[in-house]
Design a protein around this ligand. Sequence first.
Ligand SMILES: Nc1ncnc2c1ncn2[C@@H]1O[C@H](COP(=O)(O)OP(=O)(O)O)[C@@H](O)[C@H]1O
Ligand SMILES: O=P(O)(O)OC[C@H]1O[C@](O)(COP(=O)(O)O)[C@@H](O)[C@@H]1O
Length: 307
Amino acid sequence: MIYTITFNPSIDYMVEVEQFQLGEVNRAKHEYILAGGKGINVSVVLKNLGIESRALGFIAGFTGQEIQERVQHKGIQTDFIDVQNGYSRINFKLKSVQESEVNGNGPFISEDHIHALLEKLKELKTGDILVLSGSIPKCVSNDIYARIMKELLNQGIEIVVDATGNLLMNVLEYKPFLIKPNNHELSEMFHVKLFDQKDIVHYAKKLQQMGAKNVLISMAGDGALFICENGKVYFSEAPKGEVKNSVGAGDSMVAGFIAGYEKTRDFVQAFKMGIATGSASAFSHNLAAKEEVDALLENIQEVEYEY
Ligand SMILES: Nc1ncnc2c1ncn2[C@@H]1O[C@H](COP(=O)(O)OP(=O)(O)O)[C@@H](O)[C@H]1O
Ligand SMILES: O=P(O)(O)OC[C@H]1O[C@](O)(COP(=O)(O)O)[C@@H](O)[C@@H]1O
């Protein structure tokens, strides 16, 4: 079974404005809401690709209920913990000439709630995959993903982490199966400017030396680099297309990689599937659908990166 954990689920409120004017009253051309948060998006895309998962995490208030209902409505198993204070955040996503986002902080999560989550994780078995994805509310310590990985050590459970900063750095010693920072997050983590692919590969390899088995660096419309546990480095361009909404593209890439790996056990196929799924989401108002992914996958070409 694949489990996803979203510490900080969200209602993603998507608004499209023709020409956004800062400081003015702007009228929406198009608006809609989606249940979001990185782990939830991974579960949704896996479902779209025909793969079951169970979505865990914390919800609160009326927004939390709405998120849970929307996820369940898609036929995804959920086992969220209701923290019973405040409300799950509403993240504002503005699409205009540029895309901008405001992501909220989320409700208070206590040590008891974390303990309840750790109890639920006792059901995981050898061969399961756990996806730890997204930010955590400020009240939670940034070693929480590391703490979860430590609990699950040596049980044959592969763990995927999509996070940034110390939340990600802290897990490396526990050897995550896959991590997926984007190029900007990579640059922030090492406090460096990354000028070209050579720089990106250099710092991505550092993350591998620090413990990550596989490192996927997404670069939005510029494609992605994959530092594989087989010692090779691969690059693929992203397909070209009209970007409708790139929110969730990174999560879709994670889901696509997992789906590709589950199906083929081949890292290059998984990488290509990750790119196709990320781009399929970027080219759609919703998260990637299987037919959209299949159509793009045909034309994805990876190249082995020479460095
Ligand atoms: N503008 C775009 N054009 C084509 N593909 C895109 C675009 N933006 C994102 N993607 C696809 O989604 C993947 C992840 O996107 P990215 O924006 O880097 O992730 P994140 O959302 O985590 O920042 C990319 O590697 C690419 O395959
Ligand atoms: O947990 P974070 O880092 O605040 O991100 C949450 C946001 O990220 C998303 O999961 C989208 O993430 P990506 O665009 O990186 O794939 C949104 O659904 C959500 O609003």
